[in-house]
Design a protein around this ligand. Sequence first.
Ligand code: ATP
Length: 331
Amino acid sequence: MSDDVYKPPYALTERIVDLVERIGEELGRASVGERSLRLRRANRIRSIHGSVAIEGNTLSEEQVSAILEGKRVIAPPREILEVQNALEAYDQLVGWSPANESDLLSAHAVMMNGLLDDAGRYRVKSAGVAGKEGVIHVAPPADRVPFLMKQLFQWLETTELHPLVSGAVFHYEFEFIHPFADGNGRMGRLWQTLILCRWNSVFGDIAVESMIHEHQQEYYEAINASNAAVNCAPFIEFMLQVILETIQTDQVDDQVSDQVKRLLDAVGGGRLSASELMERLGLSHRPTFRKNYLKPALEGGLVAMTLPDSPRSPTQKYFLTSKGKRLLEMV
Ligand SMILES: Nc1ncnc2c1ncn2[C@@H]1O[C@H](COP(=O)(O)OP(=O)(O)OP(=O)(O)O)[C@@H](O)[C@H]1O
């Protein structure tokens, strides 16, 4: 890269290098080609739900799914339009090129169609981000935005950084500039997904945005910490951790047997003994229940014991871990 190309401020920490390596290993294990259509569809819904929920959209995953199916949903029209637009944008995603600025503007036009007068155009007014105690970020003046965005795209086109890292850097820099009057969060997450998709198409089929939503507070804290340090390493580390967790969760879902899924469903929100679970599942052969249902669910960290120090206790009960709950929501 030549010296006169803008370089965003970041440091490559040991943790970043380690996370990139671990993500690579996990992806090597993933059965990408075999991912079922059901899981791909569920993940698309979760991505869109996660991304719009971060910005306060109140629609549930079920409602997002209903909109995708063209069903009528009772909800505020603006929120329905936000979801419809996001569905359209994610549908068109692979047709856009990450380093093409006019594609970003086209994507914003789709994402904000009918929601913003300036859809598809950079802002012409000042912008900032408000926290609980007032303004926490003042974005660069509007007349600087076209130049700053041009620089950012030039950097993206020429950087030799690993896409796992350049995607996070782009996302952070994009939020710093806040180029649009609205829709910056959704667009930053969409563009990072696009950068990742170009590197490995599996990122079109997994729900990184949903995991960001689950760690929303840390997402904001990572941006704030990067702003304060004038170095986006905290944000890169946060994003890589989220990506790693998304891949791990997704793999579990892909590999979990139907029996384990039935067990998770039977446990639900309760605390139940082995006998109660067998009854719910209509099973009478305890060794089969242990081998095919309970053992893999415990080993996969999907179900936990109320008395982990006395596994054989007659009063032992089982409940879903947060990983189990998440998986149950997905299936
Ligand atoms: N301190 C911060 N500095 C810069 N960007 C931030 C900061 N905190 C959060 N953000 C980013 O800004 C996004 C929210 O921006 P804003 O409140 O302006 O919403 P928006 O531009 O209307 O777009 P959207 O509603 O899609 O996020 C967050 O999702 C996050 O990506």
